[in-house]
Design a protein around this ligand. Structure first.
Ligand SMILES: CC(C)(COP(=O)(O)OP(=O)(O)OC[C@H]1O[C@@H](n2cnc3c(N)ncnc32)[C@H](O)[C@@H]1OP(=O)(O)O)[C@@H](O)C(=O)NCCC(=O)NCCS
Length: 183
């Protein structure tokens, strides 16, 4: 296996990396169950820029192998006024859903190009996303379909537990919301 190298960017410096990892995004999310097309990709580009501008603690990690991007992951800290927990279909208790701006890191994307899977690339991305974070817990959402089984298996292997079902916007699928306790 060609050696895999990881690089991390924080906040606004992550904006300049979009062009580098976008082809990997398009390739991975064209697969089922995501089946994203040009309109989804355009929305992603828009959201990525907005998230960098508006979310404190934004972090991007990119994996390179054989001279190209082979995977990437990013996330940010949930702000105190986040709707993250309000999107759960079954309400959580007030203390669980309380955010302070420094309590929870949300992993928003994690993707590895097919030829590079099952070699620990996602595990490397995930470890570097969380490295040194002073948060209490990490959260993410994952689709329930069988095609998302690799992601579900990875999250379970890393210690995440399902805390409910999330429906973040009307046209969105229903996701499982998961949490990894760091303390
Ligand atoms: C999910 C994904 C990022 C995993 O990437 P990866 O680099 O292959 O993952 P890793 O090699 O680091 O695997 C970590 C662990 O996850 C589990 N795992 C990953 N893929 C698996 C699979 N196909 N079947 C069973 N377990 C799997 C294993 O426990 C694995 O550890 P092991 O190889 O030591 O057994 C990759 O499959 C992917 O990009 N899928 C499409 C995009 C996606 O679904 N992203 C998540 C959005 S929520």
């Amino acid at each position: 296996m060609a050696e895999v190298r990881f690089e991390r960017w924080e906040g606004p410096e992550a904006a300049g990396q979009l062009d580098a990892f976008l082809p990997a995004y398009e390739e991975v999310y064209a697969e089922p169950p995501y089946c994203e097309g040009p309109r989804d990709v355009a929305e992603f580009i828009d959201h990525y820029g907005q998230q960098i501008r508006s979310r404190p603690g934004f972090r991007l990690v990119v994996a390179y192998g054989g001279g190209q991007v082979v995977g990437f992951g990013y996330g940010y800290r949930l702000p105190a006024d986040t709707k993250w927990w309000a999107n759960l279909l079954d309400p959580v208790c007030a203390e669980f859903g309380r955010e302070t701006g420094v309590r929870t890191f949300a992993v928003i994307e994690l993707a590895v190009r097919k030829p590079w899977r099952r070699r620990g690339v996602a595990a490397g991305l995930h470890a570097r996303l969380l490295e040194g974070l002073a948060v209490e817990r990490v959260t993410l959402t994952v689709r329930p379909e069988a095609e998302a089984a690799p992601a579900r298996a990875a999250y379970a292997a890393w210690g995440y537990r399902t805390v409910g079902r999330s429906h973040p916007w009307p046209e969105a699928p229903v996701y499982d919301a998961m949490v990894l306790d760091l303390r």
